[in-house]
Design a protein around this ligand. Structure first.
Ligand code: FAD
Length: 390
């Protein structure tokens, strides 16, 4: 039998590590991998340029490896729609860095019409369609190593942790305050796992691959970060399975009937999954939270902190990192929105309304977390032995 480092119930959740790993491998990961490639889920609407509300532009937007300059629309479509190999440097004149840093923004905003636009109280973004929005094909822009590092990146994480998401005092029992910290830490782990799983190993040969040393140093060496990753995964999974009717009946229309039926079928397989319902029917029990006397006040405080974190994403000085940072924070904000849309009997509120972009962010976030959980499960023991000497 397999020897496991992580056993028992995921802290503050309702399922154990073994169950999460096998459900993820057999059920969730395969469905999500298909789902995010469908036309509905692969396009994300986002405002990408820097307008950091907290400090002046620190110049990192021009970082060589991950920044893309704004180009006249006519410069874009053809070169960037083709596969990257075979392009000469001249084809990439409008890009300061390398092809792998390119953010494809050649989409037509027509594909986003038809859903309501409602405010998300958890995020800072302006959701209305406007000229500043770009439409990005996520499949062409995988989250991976970009070279974004140093003081700019560190300042973002530091600000998130110290100002908005204080580490809970040890010994104090206040689950609600812990939740926000754990969600962010779990997301941070997931970002690090993606950097480790798709790393630029050799710049000259443009050789990409796994960096298990980085996986070990940034994540595995700190068991708390692994636990927080599992926690965040279950939290978002709970949000997705809490609104099954809403998600199943949503309008997945992109004009391609065959693809859209497939999208709907995959969503159905996910939200009404019999294996999931049997093995882990309640991935996270939010009914226990925000219930006491100070519940409403705590909720408001956490909402405010989360909005600050959301605003900080405009300070991320690397375009592709900003794209995934914004998407995943919107996904978490959407999970929080769903989990708070309950009445006293814990029924889903009839008023729950999601934007198209929120649903896209939610599912793509769940997929990212699912990938990270799988990578840690598949490669963790080997990395611990080889790098950690265990
Ligand atoms: P960092 O990851 O920057 O961590 C800073 C400090 O936070 C650590 O020293 C540690 O004290 C603490 N910490 C680290 N992990 C955790 C955790 N899981 N829980 C709690 N505390 C923790 N880089 C890319 O290459 N590709 C990307 O797509 C990408 N996306 C990013 C998105 C965002 C929103 C941000 C802010 C940064 C992103 N980066 C990305 C940069 C990347 O996250 C790192 O900041 C960078 O690689 C430098 O890493 P580091 O070793 O200095 O530690």
């Amino acid at each position: 039998t397999e020897s496991r480092k992580y056993t028992g119930i995921v802290e503050d959740c309702c399922c154990d590590y073994e169950t999460v790993d096998s459900l993820n491998k057999e059920v969730l990961h395969p469905i999500l991998q298909d789902l995010v490639t469908t036309p509905f889920f692969r396009y994300f609407k986002v405002k990408l340029w820097c307008d950091c509300p907290f400090w002046p532009d620190d110049g990192m937007c021009r970082l060589r490896d991950c920044s893309v300059c704004e180009c006249p629309e006519s410069e874009f479509p053809e070169p960037f729609k083709k596969p990257f190999h075979g392009l000469s440097a001249d084809d990439l004149i409008c890009q300061e860095g390398k092809p792998q840093a390119t953010v494809d923004r050649t989409l037509d905003n027509k594909i986003f019409r038809g859903w309501i636009e409602v405010d998300n109280p958890w995020t800072y973004d302006d959701e209305t369609d406007n000229a500043e929005m770009t439409y990005v094909n996520l499949q062409l822009n995988p989250e991976r190593y970009t070279g974004y590092t140093g003081p700019s990146a560190r300042r973002i994480w530091e600000t998130i942790y110290t100002e908005n998401c204080p580490k809970y005092p040890s010994g104090e029992f206040c689950q609600e305050k812990k939740v926000l910290y754990k969600l962010i830490s779990g997301l941070h782990s997931s970002i690090s796992v993606h950097i480790a799983s798709d790393y630029l190993l050799d710049e000259t040969d443009n050789l990409w691959g796994e960096n298990l040393e980085l996986l070990y140093d940034r994540v595995l060496k700190h068991p708390e970060r692994v636990r927080n990753l599992y926690f965040t995964f279950l939290f978002v999974l709970r949000a997705v399975t809490k609104a099954p009717d809403y998600l199943e009946q949503a309008e997945y229309n992109t004009g391609n009937l065959e693809e859209d039926l497939k999208t709907q079928s995959l969503v159905r397989q996910l939200v009404y999954n019999p294996k999931l319902q049997t093995a882990c029917p309640l991935p996270f029990d939010e009914a226990k939270l925000w219930q006491g006397e100070s519940g409403p006040e705590l909720k408001q405080q956490i909402q405010k902190q989360f909005r600050n974190i959301s605003a900080l994403m405009d300070c991320v000085g690397c375009e592709k990192c900003r794209l995934w940072g914004k998407l995943q924070i919107l996904g978490l904000g959407t999970a929080l929105k769903i989990l708070f849309s309950v009445d006293h009997q814990n029924y889903i509120n009839q008023q729950l309304q999601l934007q198209r972009n929120e649903v896209i962010a939610l599912m793509n976030l769940l997929n990212r977390l699912s990938e990270s959980v799988k990578f840690v499960h598949d490669k963790g023991p080997y990395a611990e032995r080889i790098v950690g000497g265990k």
